[in-house]
Design a protein around this ligand. Structure first.
Ligand SMILES: NC(=O)CCC(=O)C(=O)O
Length: 266
């Protein structure tokens, strides 16, 4: 399975419409080179551009949906189109969109763990509640998570229980915590014996320098490819059989103890 992670530079001087057009072209350029294309979290606005969230919010089938559905169809790729600020009634969600090569919506995922503690996304957005997997026929079953989710291993274990063999993690991760990004991507791969495809943004928006360094890790925890800090397309080939062989040859997942009791609070 050939995967291309498009690490987009989010520049506040580039209008959102222009970025949408530019990104759609970048996706189209992967035609024939990729089976799966991955974009980062909230690339239309920037993950830390909280002030623009409401103004740039869109319905699920809004302008980003339309542009990405057409790009997936033209490129004939599975497209994890990163995430958008989805407006639903009075609420906002950080919602990822996954399209089939026919440009049909295969899945959407509302980010479960919101970043910011008592500000930003954590207070402006509502939390998703559902785990999402997408089967790419004949290839891999993808488990979908977004950025800050990477810090919560129970989410990824839940995705494994649901059949995930590769995690796709769009992000807008800051340079300041880049060591966490790399470490957590490798940890999620090792503990779940699954591929991790983590696609971040480049550039600086809302005063937050982005780490870039999108990364692809195999089920043994080895880094297959890693981007630099700037806009870049990271291309890698995944072997679906490697998930099965890793899980068969070192069957740690079989030793899970399910339903471990939480300690009583005294
Ligand atoms: N957009 C995010 O979820 C940022 C997460 C982050 O900066 C961190 O976990 O550290």
């Amino acid at each position: 399975m050939r995967a291309s992670l498009i690490q987009i530079a989010v520049d506040p001087d580039e209008p959102v419409d222009s970025r949408r057009t530019r990104v759609a072209e970048l996706v189209r350029e992967e035609r024939g080179a990729a089976d799966l294309v991955v974009l980062p979290e909230l690339w239309p606005t920037g993950a830390f551009a909280y002030e623009s969230f409401a103004a740039e919010s869109e319905p699920l089938r809004g302008p980003t949906y339309e542009a990405m559905a057409a790009a997936a169809r033209d490129a004939e790729v599975w497209l994890h189109a990163g995430s958008v600020v989805e407006a639903v009634g009075g609420a906002l969600y950080n919602t990822s969109l996954v399209f089939s090569p026919r440009g049909e919506l295969a899945a959407s995922y509302r980010k479960i763990h919101r970043f910011g503690f008592d500000k930003g996304e954590a207070v402006m957005m509502a939390a998703g509640e559902e785990l999402v997997t997408v089967e790419v026929p004949g290839q891999l079953t993808l488990g979908v998570a977004t950025c800050y989710d990477l810090r919560f291993p129970e989410l990824f274990r839940g995705l494994v229980e649901a059949g995930a063999e590769a995690f796709v993690v769009p992000a807008g991760w800051p340079e300041r915590r880049r060591t966490h990004w790399t470490l957590l991507a490798r940890a999620r791969a090792v503990e779940n014996q699954a591929y991790v495809l983590a696609c971040g943004t480049a550039g600086t928006h809302a005063g937050v320098e982005q780490a870039g360094h999108s990364i692809v890790v195999d089920p043994w925890g080895e880094v297959l490819a890693e981007a630099g800090p700037d806009e870049e397309v990271l291309r890698v080939t995944l072997d679906p059989a490697k998930v099965t062989t890793t899980r068969d040859q070192f069957p740690a997942l079989k030793d899970r103890v399910l339903g471990v009791a939480r300690p009583e609070r005294g």
